[in-house]
Design a protein around this ligand. Sequence first.
Ligand SMILES: [Zn+2]
Length: 259
Amino acid sequence: MLVDSHCHIDTARFNADREAVITAAFEEGVTRMVDPGCDLASSEHALRLAKAHPGMVFAGVGTHPHDATTHSEAVGARYREMAREPEVVAIGEFGLDYFRMLSPRDVQRAVFVAHLELARECALPCIIHVRDSHDDVIELLRAHGQGLRGVFHCFSGNVAQAEECLAFEGFMLSFAGPLTRQGNALPDVARMAPLERVLVETDSPYLVPQPLRAKRNEPLFVKYVAEKLAEIRGMTLEEIARVTTANAVRLFGLGESAR
Ligand SMILES: [Zn+2]
């Protein structure tokens, strides 16, 4: 059994077959998934999906750095209310994205800090998006994130950056489709990361794992990421599934699998 610790099944690309996608994952052993919102509307949608699939789908509430200009105190207050629902297991996804830079840097930084405060108030783990922004994320976490828990989702850095991330004791690294691709430092990171601090995810509908040729990623495909991680660590898929599932259950406080 696997947990897809990060998938956006609320997005429109699943409108035609969302239920079938969730069922297919469940039947193949991906029994639980976390859907982090990217703005207020998608956070609300993620929560509706979680309520409709108890024990299978769990929600995060947060504003993605691409959408940072849509964040406000009112939106934060709404997240705070939603976070009281048992189906909401995280604040996120939020973070800093200096690659696409769809929101100004200072807005992204302010919204990032607002989410750290929300996570602290709500006693929930953080789901953090980092793209070309490692140094700023580390700086802001050192200043405002002491004692918080969470995950660096779709980790894409090198070993030195991973070590800086892992210095935050409550945080895990999550691997996605890029682990299955050539030409990055992720196998080295996957070898050095403590087993009790790694998660697997798809980031569906993005980042289709290799060697799949699918146009759209989906939670079922998290097994390809887990297989790659098992190969790198010299473990069986079953062992990797057991440990990453236990990590996700511990971090997000997931209930029993419905299966
Ligand atoms: Zn995401």
